[in-house]
Each structure stands twice: as structure tokens, then as C-alpha cells.
Write a protein that binds this ligand. Structure first.
Ligand code: NAD
Length: 255
């Protein structure tokens, strides 16, 4: 199967190109870059800044770009449907809806984190949230200084799992900052705080705090290859799936 990488000149995109060299079952055929540039992508691989050509040249697409760019890709895919694995975070509701619409026409996998560890963390958080009723939940995420969206897509996914497990709507209970004389913490609120600095690949801590005890579940990504390798594994899995919208947990049989 011919793979197209969208966002190819980015941090994850460049690792995807490298890691594709070790993948025997998929072949890199085309990369999309924002402006045409000389990229070392290997013999026979097409480099384009034209989304239509990019989609035409791909049997399956891996997208790690930015929301505005991903929207352009999704709109093209609605005209020419192909399976897509997207890891782009910070998507708007409209952009998520485009992916949902696309999933009626092709297989779509969207995951704010492609790592096995975070997929499991998500399950652990849901279990802990339900079991530890009455414990206050707080989430802290840390990323490198270049990350543009905050809080991270992963932190929002974890927060949603924690809230849903208690029958709460995350949009009604999420707190994104505390400053000044704001009063006491309410019982249902879930703070999701973002720290930025250095070269941190990604660190997420979900804490459950009670009087007399607390438990913290933490995941730390030490290499960005975790995401690129996870996305390639997800693309291999998706290539044999029927149309529909999938998450990373589906590929791991965690349900
Ligand atoms: P990056 O900024 O290094 O790369 C972004 C890429 O998108 C670049 O190649 C850039 O040229 C391209 N791009 C930006 N605007 C464009 C436009 N208008 N048209 C065409 N191309 C455009 O970012 P990154 O660190 O590689 O991360 C990419 C995305 O993946 C981000 O949303 C990030 O949060 C997300 N991410 C997801 C996971 C995951 O596991 N799901 C892991 C890490 C990062």
C-alpha cells in the first residue's frame, strides 16, 4: 500500500519518513510539505505542496500537521476518500465533524496520542475516576516550548475520560487556570493545566486527591518515535478495516 505523509517537514513528520524505511508492508509514495522544498525522502517518493496531487498519489494517509492544514486535507478527502490516520491536535468541532463525515466514506482513525502507554492510561483513568468517587481530579501536562495548542489533545482526552466515568460533561466542569481570590474548589471541577518548556516530548499526570491520601497516574513519553511508530502501526491496522471512525484503543483490542 502506498502511504502519503501530510505535515512531512514537521517534528513528527520527519520521524514518520525515517520510520517508514523499516516498514516492510507499507511503502512511502508521497509527502506533502507547506512550501516546495528539497527534502531527503528517498528515491521515487513524490514531494508536493498540492493537496489534490498528494491525495491522488496515496492509498492511505498519515497526518501530523496543524488544524488549518488538516482541514484542507479533510476537505480534499471528502471529494476523493482514502483511509486516514490523523494525529493532529487542537482540531475545532467543525474539523472533527469533517472527519466524522469522512468516516462514512472511508476508514478514519483519529487519536490525540498514538502511544500504547497513553491508551492504557486512558482506561486506568476512567476506572480510577469511577472507583474513587469523591476524590478531586486534577490534570497537569508538560510539553516542549514549541507546542502551539494548550492544553494538549491528550490531556483533554484524559479529562473527558475522567469526567465521563462520573457522568459529567467535561465542558461544564473543566477549569483551565486559577489566579487571584477565586474561592474554594468545587467538588466536580477538573483542572487541566499546561506547562511549557525545553524539549519535553510529553508528560501527563492525572491526580486523584482525597483527605489523607492521593494517587497520581503518570505517563512520560521519552521519544517522539513513540508517536510515529504508533501511527505507522495504526495505519497498518486501518488498511484492512471497513469505513468508520476508530480510535487508538481499537487497534490495541483494549475494549
Ligand atoms: P510541527 O509544527 O513540527 O509540524 C507541523 C507540520 O504541519 C509542518 O510540516 C508544517 O509545514 C505543516 N503545516 C503547518 N501549517 C500548514 C499549512 N497551512 N499547510 C500545509 N502544511 C502545514 O508539529 P509536530 O510537533 O510535528 O506536531 C504536529 C501535530 O501533531 C500537532 O498538532 C501536534 O500537537 C500533534 N502531535 C500528535 C501526537 C499524537 O500522538 N497524536 C504526538 C505529537 C504531536
Amino acid at each position: 500500500m502506498k502511504v502519503g505523509i501530510f505535515g512531512a517537514s514537521g517534528r513528527v513528520g520527519q520521524l514518520l519518513i525515517e520510520d517508514m524505511r523499516d516498514c516492510e508492508d507499507l511503502e512511502l509514495s508521497v509527502v506533502h510539505v507547506r512550501s516546495k522544498q528539497n527534502m531527503a525522502v528517498g528515491k521515487g517518493v513524490c514531494v508536493t505542496n498540492d493537496v489534490k496531487i498528494f491525495v491522488d498519489e496515496s492509498d492511505i494517509i498519515i497526518d501530523f500537521s496543524l488544524p488549518e492544514a488538516a482541514q484542507e486535507l479533510f476537505e480534499e478527502l471528502l471529494l476523493n476518500p482514502k483511509p486516514v490516520v490523523s494525529g493532529t491536535t487542537g482540531l475545532s468541532l467543525h474539523q472533527i465533524n469533517l472527519l466524522k463525515e469522512l468516516s462514512n466514506k472511508s476508514a478514519v482513525l483519529y487519536a490525540t496520542n498514538m502511544s500504547l502507554g497513553v491508551a492504557l492510561l486512558n482506561r486506568l483513568v476512567a476506572s480510577a475516576s469511577a472507583a474513587l468517587d469523591g476524590f478531586d481530579i486534577e490534570i497537569v501536562e508538560q510539553h516542549h516550548r514549541y507546542k502551539k495548542d494548550a492544553p494538549s489533545g491528550t490531556a483533554l482526552t484524559l479529562a473527558t475520560s475522567a469526567a465521563t466515568a462520573r457522568g459529567l460533561d467535561i465542558d461544564s466542569v473543566r477549569v483551565s487556570g486559577r489566579d487571584g481570590n477565586i474561592g474554594e474548589r468545587s467538588s466536580d471541577e477538573i483542572a487541566v493545566m499546561a506547562l511549557r518548556g525545553g524539549d519535553i516530548v510529553g508528560r501527563h499526570t492525572v491526580g486523584f486527591y482525597n483527605d489523607g491520601e492521593f494517587i497520581e497516574l503518570n505517563h512520560t513519553a521519552t521519544s517522539r518515535n513513540t508517536f510515529s511508530k504508533g501511527a505507522i502501526r495504526a495505519a497498518l491496522w486501518l488498511s484492512s478495516q471497513p469505513n468508520g471512525l476508530y480510535g487508538i484503543a481499537d487497534t490495541l483490542g483494549l475494549d
